[in-house]
Design a protein around this ligand. Structure first.
Ligand code: ATP
Length: 205
Protein backbone atom coordinates (compact mmCIF):
# COMPACT_ATOMS: atom_id res chain seq x y z
CA UNK A 1 0.00 0.00 0.00
CA UNK A 2 1.36 3.47 -0.88
CA UNK A 3 2.47 5.61 2.06
CA UNK A 4 -0.15 8.24 1.21
CA UNK A 5 -2.90 5.61 1.57
CA UNK A 6 -1.74 4.29 4.93
CA UNK A 7 -1.40 7.60 6.77
CA UNK A 8 -3.68 10.57 7.38
CA UNK A 9 -4.24 12.80 4.37
CA UNK A 10 -2.00 15.87 4.64
CA UNK A 11 -3.73 19.04 3.47
CA UNK A 12 -2.17 22.50 3.51
CA UNK A 13 -4.00 25.80 3.27
CA UNK A 14 -2.17 28.75 1.75
CA UNK A 15 -4.36 31.84 2.00
CA UNK A 16 -3.75 35.36 0.81
CA UNK A 17 -4.91 38.17 -1.38
CA UNK A 18 -2.85 36.89 -4.34
CA UNK A 19 -3.29 40.31 -5.92
CA UNK A 20 -1.31 39.26 -7.94
CA UNK A 21 0.28 35.88 -7.15
CA UNK A 22 4.06 36.13 -7.54
CA UNK A 23 7.30 34.16 -7.56
CA UNK A 24 7.65 34.01 -3.77
CA UNK A 25 4.13 32.56 -3.41
CA UNK A 26 5.07 29.80 -5.85
CA UNK A 27 8.44 29.24 -4.15
CA UNK A 28 6.67 28.92 -0.80
CA UNK A 29 4.21 26.39 -2.24
CA UNK A 30 7.08 24.39 -3.76
CA UNK A 31 8.96 24.39 -0.44
CA UNK A 32 5.85 23.20 1.40
CA UNK A 33 5.20 20.39 -1.09
CA UNK A 34 8.78 19.21 -0.72
CA UNK A 35 9.02 19.58 3.06
CA UNK A 36 5.61 18.43 4.26
CA UNK A 37 4.84 15.48 1.95
CA UNK A 38 1.46 17.02 1.21
CA UNK A 39 -1.33 15.17 -0.52
CA UNK A 40 -3.02 18.45 -1.32
CA UNK A 41 -2.13 22.13 -1.16
CA UNK A 42 -5.08 24.50 -1.33
CA UNK A 43 -4.50 28.05 -2.50
CA UNK A 44 -7.29 30.03 -0.84
CA UNK A 45 -7.66 33.59 -2.17
CA UNK A 46 -9.26 35.73 0.47
CA UNK A 47 -12.75 37.19 0.15
CA UNK A 48 -13.26 40.39 2.08
CA UNK A 49 -9.85 40.73 3.76
CA UNK A 50 -10.46 42.43 7.07
CA UNK A 51 -6.72 43.06 7.55
CA UNK A 52 -5.94 44.70 4.19
CA UNK A 53 -6.44 48.46 3.98
CA UNK A 54 -6.59 48.52 0.15
CA UNK A 55 -9.65 47.25 -1.78
CA UNK A 56 -8.65 44.04 -3.54
CA UNK A 57 -9.02 43.30 -7.24
CA UNK A 58 -12.20 41.36 -8.08
CA UNK A 59 -12.04 37.74 -6.94
CA UNK A 60 -12.51 36.39 -10.48
CA UNK A 61 -9.20 37.98 -11.53
CA UNK A 62 -7.31 36.80 -8.44
CA UNK A 63 -8.68 33.27 -8.85
CA UNK A 64 -7.78 33.20 -12.56
CA UNK A 65 -4.24 34.47 -11.87
CA UNK A 66 -3.78 31.94 -9.04
CA UNK A 67 -4.80 29.10 -11.37
CA UNK A 68 -2.19 30.28 -13.88
CA UNK A 69 0.55 30.88 -11.30
CA UNK A 70 0.32 27.45 -9.66
CA UNK A 71 -0.61 25.44 -12.77
CA UNK A 72 2.72 23.58 -12.86
CA UNK A 73 2.62 22.33 -9.28
CA UNK A 74 1.23 18.88 -8.55
CA UNK A 75 -1.26 18.54 -5.72
CA UNK A 76 -2.12 22.26 -5.86
CA UNK A 77 -5.69 23.36 -6.30
CA UNK A 78 -7.22 26.82 -6.15
CA UNK A 79 -10.06 26.83 -3.64
CA UNK A 80 -12.61 29.64 -4.15
CA UNK A 81 -14.52 29.13 -0.91
CA UNK A 82 -13.49 32.38 0.84
CA UNK A 83 -14.39 34.48 -2.19
CA UNK A 84 -17.86 32.92 -2.15
CA UNK A 85 -18.45 33.48 1.57
CA UNK A 86 -20.45 36.48 2.77
CA UNK A 87 -18.83 38.66 5.43
CA UNK A 88 -15.19 38.83 6.46
CA UNK A 89 -12.72 36.13 5.39
CA UNK A 90 -11.63 34.24 8.48
CA UNK A 91 -9.04 31.49 8.18
CA UNK A 92 -10.57 29.67 11.12
CA UNK A 93 -13.81 29.17 9.13
CA UNK A 94 -11.88 27.60 6.25
CA UNK A 95 -10.02 25.27 8.62
CA UNK A 96 -13.27 24.29 10.36
CA UNK A 97 -14.85 23.47 6.99
CA UNK A 98 -11.87 21.38 5.89
CA UNK A 99 -11.83 19.56 9.21
CA UNK A 100 -15.50 18.77 8.68
CA UNK A 101 -14.89 17.60 5.10
CA UNK A 102 -11.76 15.57 5.98
CA UNK A 103 -12.17 14.53 9.64
CA UNK A 104 -9.04 12.34 9.60
CA UNK A 105 -6.77 14.73 7.73
CA UNK A 106 -3.73 16.46 9.14
CA UNK A 107 -4.03 20.17 8.39
CA UNK A 108 -1.23 22.68 7.80
CA UNK A 109 -1.44 26.44 7.43
CA UNK A 110 1.27 28.15 5.37
CA UNK A 111 2.24 31.71 6.26
CA UNK A 112 4.91 34.24 5.38
CA UNK A 113 6.75 35.75 8.35
CA UNK A 114 4.73 39.00 8.25
CA UNK A 115 1.43 37.15 8.59
CA UNK A 116 2.89 34.84 11.24
CA UNK A 117 3.90 37.88 13.30
CA UNK A 118 0.29 39.12 13.09
CA UNK A 119 -1.28 35.73 13.81
CA UNK A 120 -2.12 36.40 17.45
CA UNK A 121 -4.35 39.30 16.32
CA UNK A 122 -6.40 36.99 14.05
CA UNK A 123 -9.94 35.95 14.85
CA UNK A 124 -9.89 32.72 16.96
CA UNK A 125 -6.13 32.35 16.53
CA UNK A 126 -5.80 29.75 19.30
CA UNK A 127 -8.30 27.54 17.51
CA UNK A 128 -6.32 28.01 14.28
CA UNK A 129 -3.16 26.86 16.03
CA UNK A 130 -4.92 23.90 17.60
CA UNK A 131 -6.44 22.86 14.25
CA UNK A 132 -3.45 23.22 11.92
CA UNK A 133 0.32 23.02 12.14
CA UNK A 134 1.54 26.51 11.28
CA UNK A 135 4.38 26.54 8.77
CA UNK A 136 6.24 29.82 8.51
CA UNK A 137 8.46 31.08 5.67
CA UNK A 138 10.77 34.00 6.38
CA UNK A 139 10.34 36.84 3.88
CA UNK A 140 13.69 38.54 4.25
CA UNK A 141 11.96 41.71 5.49
CA UNK A 142 12.87 41.12 9.12
CA UNK A 143 14.19 44.34 10.65
CA UNK A 144 14.62 45.47 14.28
CA UNK A 145 11.04 46.83 14.32
CA UNK A 146 9.67 43.58 12.78
CA UNK A 147 11.98 40.88 14.11
CA UNK A 148 12.00 37.27 12.97
CA UNK A 149 8.82 35.50 13.95
CA UNK A 150 8.89 33.43 17.11
CA UNK A 151 6.07 31.10 18.10
CA UNK A 152 3.74 32.17 20.95
CA UNK A 153 3.96 30.21 24.18
CA UNK A 154 2.81 27.53 24.92
CA UNK A 155 2.11 26.65 21.29
CA UNK A 156 5.69 26.24 20.00
CA UNK A 157 5.19 22.55 19.10
CA UNK A 158 2.42 23.56 16.71
CA UNK A 159 4.82 25.70 14.62
CA UNK A 160 7.56 24.86 12.16
CA UNK A 161 9.72 26.80 9.75
CA UNK A 162 9.52 26.20 6.01
CA UNK A 163 12.99 25.85 4.57
CA UNK A 164 13.17 28.28 1.66
CA UNK A 165 15.51 31.13 0.78
CA UNK A 166 14.05 34.50 1.76
CA UNK A 167 12.71 36.37 -1.28
CA UNK A 168 12.02 40.07 -0.93
CA UNK A 169 9.28 40.19 -3.59
CA UNK A 170 5.81 41.49 -2.65
CA UNK A 171 2.54 42.05 -4.52
CA UNK A 172 2.75 45.72 -3.46
CA UNK A 173 6.03 46.11 -5.32
CA UNK A 174 4.64 44.36 -8.38
CA UNK A 175 1.54 46.59 -8.49
CA UNK A 176 3.67 49.72 -8.24
CA UNK A 177 6.06 48.50 -10.94
CA UNK A 178 3.12 47.90 -13.29
CA UNK A 179 1.68 51.33 -12.57
CA UNK A 180 5.11 52.83 -13.31
CA UNK A 181 5.46 50.77 -16.53
CA UNK A 182 8.54 48.99 -15.19
CA UNK A 183 9.53 45.45 -16.17
CA UNK A 184 8.46 42.60 -13.90
CA UNK A 185 11.09 40.08 -14.99
CA UNK A 186 10.97 36.86 -12.99
CA UNK A 187 8.84 38.32 -10.18
CA UNK A 188 5.68 37.11 -11.91
CA UNK A 189 5.13 33.95 -13.94
CA UNK A 190 4.73 34.81 -17.65
CA UNK A 191 1.07 33.64 -18.03
CA UNK A 192 0.15 35.80 -15.01
CA UNK A 193 1.96 38.80 -16.50
CA UNK A 194 0.02 38.27 -19.75
CA UNK A 195 -3.28 38.04 -17.84
CA UNK A 196 -2.50 41.30 -16.03
CA UNK A 197 -1.76 43.00 -19.33
CA UNK A 198 -4.81 41.60 -21.11
CA UNK A 199 -7.11 42.74 -18.30
CA UNK A 200 -5.39 46.10 -17.69
CA UNK A 201 -4.91 45.39 -14.00
CA UNK A 202 -2.90 47.61 -11.62
CA UNK A 203 -2.64 50.52 -14.06
CA UNK A 204 -2.76 53.05 -11.22
CA UNK A 205 -0.68 52.80 -8.04
P1 ATP B 1 0.84 42.70 -0.47
O1 ATP B 1 2.17 43.25 -0.85
O2 ATP B 1 -0.31 43.18 -1.33
O3 ATP B 1 0.55 42.83 1.01
P2 ATP B 1 1.92 39.99 -0.41
O4 ATP B 1 3.07 39.99 -1.37
O5 ATP B 1 2.23 40.02 1.05
O6 ATP B 1 0.87 41.13 -0.79
P3 ATP B 1 -0.27 38.14 -0.05
O7 ATP B 1 -1.14 37.62 -1.14
O8 ATP B 1 -0.85 39.10 0.91
O9 ATP B 1 1.06 38.72 -0.77
O10 ATP B 1 0.39 36.94 0.74
C1 ATP B 1 -0.13 35.64 0.83
C2 ATP B 1 0.79 34.85 1.74
O11 ATP B 1 2.07 34.73 1.13
C3 ATP B 1 1.02 35.49 3.12
O12 ATP B 1 1.12 34.47 4.11
C4 ATP B 1 2.36 36.17 2.93
O13 ATP B 1 3.05 36.33 4.17
C5 ATP B 1 3.07 35.19 2.03
N1 ATP B 1 4.12 35.84 1.26
C6 ATP B 1 3.99 36.86 0.38
N2 ATP B 1 5.19 37.22 -0.13
C7 ATP B 1 6.11 36.42 0.48
C8 ATP B 1 7.54 36.32 0.40
N3 ATP B 1 8.26 37.15 -0.36
N4 ATP B 1 8.16 35.36 1.14
C9 ATP B 1 7.44 34.54 1.95
N5 ATP B 1 6.08 34.59 2.07
C10 ATP B 1 5.43 35.52 1.35
Amino acid sequence: MAASQSRARRIAVFGGAFDPPHAAHVALARAALADLQLDELRIVPTGHAWHKARPLSPARHRLAMARLAFADLPQVLVDARETERAGPSYTVDTLRELQHEWPDAELFLLLGGDQARALTSWHAWQEIVQTAIICVADRGDEVPTSPRFSAPKPYEPRFRRLPMPALLVSATEIRSRIAAHQALGPLVFEPVARYIEDHHLYQTA
